[in-house]
Design a protein around this ligand. Structure first.
Ligand code: HEC
Length: 121
């Protein structure tokens, strides 16, 4: 009886040690480097901004008489777009163009151009 109990006890210890070791192996903490904040362009904003490229160029540095949007903040571009859309700001082209976008889309486009220049707050 006593021997049976001892064998049982030893088997229990062995299996619990084995279990512990394997759990330890799985849950071993991985040393990850400290997170670095990288501002990646939002692909949705980038896609939407392609429709501006025909007149304002891909980087906002427009050619000819079309005003540049390069160097302007995301806040400025967003409010200009909303003013064009509502008609508060008179325009030849932009009012019609801006009407095609929702608030969220305008926000994404403006942020894209703002971040492109690294001047977004
Ligand atoms: C067909 C040409 C055309 C396209 C496409 C176009 N724009 Fe324009 N944009 C203009 C013109 C022209 C103006 C001057 C205002 C006017 O007459 O419409 C202007 C003015 C602006 C201004 C005001 C700049 C300032 O100095 O205040 C902003 C901001 C702007 N556009 C953003 C955009 C964005 C964002 C897009 C894409 C979603 C876009 N535009 C697409 C032609 C265009």
């Amino acid at each position: 009886m006593a021997l049976k109990y001892q064998i049982f006890l030893v088997a229990g210890i062995v299996s619990s040690v084995a279990l512990h070791a394997s759990v330890g192996a799985v849950a071993a903490p991985k040393r990850s480097p400290r997170p670095v904040k990288v501002v990646e362009p939002d692909p949705r904003g980038q896609n939407l901004a392609l429709s501006c490229a025909g007149c304002h160029n891909t980087d906002g540095k427009s050619v000819g008489i079309i005003p540049a949007i390069y160097g302007k903040t995301a806040e400025y571009i967003e409010s200009a777009m909303k003013d064009f859309r509502s008609g508060n700001r008179p325009s030849t082209v932009m009012g019609r163009h801006a009407k095609g976008y929702s608030d969220e889309e305008i926000h994404l486009i403006a942020r894209y151009f703002g971040e492109l220049q690294g001047n977004n707050k």
